[in-house]
Design a protein. Structure first.
Length: 92
């Protein structure tokens, strides 16, 4: 909505006046919204990674750089699957 505080626009959106053309301004607004959506997906990725590995992103990066073959998404999913199978076997 025009004039909405939560949408890109206004004096704070382009303080240096790079987009004097209204067409360019609208294009930049769309790019800003898309950038925000990508940032939300990235945040969801950080959350999922932390929930799966029980570590923060820096610890996961350090572990991956130390041993990329055994510290990646496939290895973590395998550990998770193996753990669940073991838990289900113990219940039976």
């Amino acid at each position: 909505l025009p004039g909405d505080k939560n949408s890109p626009g206004g004096w704070a959106f382009d303080p240096f006046g790079f987009a004097d053309d209204p067409v360019v301004t609208e294009e930049l607004k769309v790019k800003e919204i898309k950038n925000g959506r990508v940032a939300m997906v990235a945040w969801a990725g950080f959350f999922a990674q932390g929930a799966l590995t029980k570590q923060g992103p820096i610890q996961n990066l350090e572990a991956f750089l130390a041993d990329p073959e055994h510290n990646n998404i496939l290895a973590n999913l395998y550990k998770l699957t193996l753990q669940r199978v073991t838990d289900l076997s113990a219940r039976a």
